[in-house]
Design a protein around this ligand. Structure first.
Ligand code: NI
Length: 203
């Protein structure tokens, strides 16, 4: 049960207890439908249409990914910590799922098109020892997917003329129709992360 639903249930129990004099009244004030609507609105606000390019130059869209759940994450190949750590972590979580590990795809989107060409991303992803779909696109295409997933990414100049990219570190878990299911935080323990992944793949 997600936190919003849990809260809704708890609030509902408190409220129905307080209004135990009249069951009809407690039904009228049962807050769960509103809470569910809020959760539903949030869920439907994450994800959507996009079109990007994979390391072999093929176009990959939200339609292409349909049919299998996926974990999607945004970053850049020169990222010193968050990206390699997260990609290694996803590879490890997949391994821990055993034979169910191949029931979802891992998708990495580079938000640094200046530096990361599709082939570079493919090369980079071979470091993690598990199949990962590496994508990038034009500025416009990346703006579209960043907006769809509510992702923040910003170039930050460094001394000496180089730059880094500040970016959202959330992993989005999406269902087989591209629907938002849950997120995994970069620092989340394995147990809840694995539970979420099992839910996503229906294991
Ligand atoms: Ni990063």
């Amino acid at each position: 049960m997600n936190p919003v639903m849990k809260r809704g249930l708890r609030n509902g129990l408190i409220l129905s207890g307080a209004l135990s004099i009249g069951i009809a009244a407690s039904m009228a004030f049962w807050p769960q439908p509103a809470e569910n609507d809020a959760a539903q609105n949030y869920a439907s606000a994450i994800g959507g249409r996009f079109a990007l390019t994979d390391p072999k130059g093929r176009t990959v869209t939200n339609e292409t990914l349909k049919g299998k759940p996926f974990a999607i994450f945004f970053g850049f190949t020169r990222c010193p910590d968050v990206c390699p750590t997260t990609l290694a972590r996803m590879a490890d979580l997949r391994k821990k799922l055993g034979k169910d590990g191949d029931k979802f795809q891992i998708v990495f989107v580079s938000v640094d098109p200046e530096q990361d060409k599709p082939a570079d991303i493919g090369q980079y992803l071979t470091l993690f020892g598990t199949p990962i779909i590496g994508l990038t696109g034009t500025g416009e295409q990346l703006a579209q997917i960043k907006q769809a997933y509510r992702v923040y990414a910003k170039k930050v100049p460094l001394e000496g003329g180089d730059y880094t990219v500040d970016h959202t570190a959330t992993i989005y878990l999406m269902g087989p129709k591209g629907e938002f299911i849950s997120t995994v935080d970069a620092h989340e323990a394995d147990k809840p992360a694995l539970e979420k992944l099992r839910r996503v793949i229906g294991a």
